[in-house]
Design a protein around this ligand. Structure first.
Ligand SMILES: CCCO[C@@H]1O[C@H](CO)[C@@H](O[C@@H]2O[C@H](CO)[C@H](O)[C@H](OCc3cn(Cc4ccccc4)nn3)[C@H]2O)[C@H](O)[C@H]1NC(C)=O
Length: 134
């Protein structure tokens, strides 16, 4: 599998936005957008699953602390289709992380109380076209 996009040395503050624009593969099984301190300490692992890990058309969110996954949070909405071009906007504050996609806004607790995003990684069946910080 191709290595996805990884961006380090970021300094994204509360209220600011990380925008990831890209295209979901036409045969996607799943993809993930990860933000946090580094690969082992994630504020949010945002993982739309078309058909993987036993899930079908399910968004799974989680955190990771010192390399250990937290408790998964499965969302009710699945606003993605194979081949979609999407823009995913992630912002946060002391209490929660928000993930805005067309038509739906997902929320996830800022379990680790992280005060900045230093790391972004996009993995799986998603071709990144652009990223923007605003
Ligand atoms: C019921 C007992 C077993 O539970 C299962 O345990 C699996 C292993 O921990 C859970 O799957 C893991 O869930 C994590 C989030 O909680 C992550 O999603 C783990 O994947 C990390 C990962 C990303 N990637 C790159 C990637 C990303 C997207 C598509 C393709 C590759 N490779 N591995 C993924 O392997 C999976 O979500 C979990 N299922 C349930 C229902 O709890």
């Amino acid at each position: 599998m191709e290595q996805g996009l990884v961006v380090t040395q970021l300094d994204v503050q509360p209220g600011e936005c990380v925008k990831v624009k890209g295209k979901i593969s036409s045969d996607a099984k799943g993809f993930s957008v990860n933000v946090g301190k580094d690969s082992g300490t994630l504020m949010l692992h945002f993982n739309p699953r078309f058909d993987c890990h036993g899930d079908v058309n399910t968004v799974v969110c989680n955190s990771k602390e010192d390399g250990m996954w937290g408790e998964e949070d499965r969302k009710a909405d699945f606003p993605f289709q194979h081949g979609d071009k999407v823009e995913i906007c992630i912002s946060f504050d002391a209490a929660e992380v928000k993930v805005k996609v067309p038509e739906v806004e997902f929320e996830f607790p800022n379990r680790l109380g992280m005060e900045k995003i230093q790391y972004l990684a996009v993995e799986g069946d998603f071709k990144v076209k652009a990223i923007k910080f605003s």
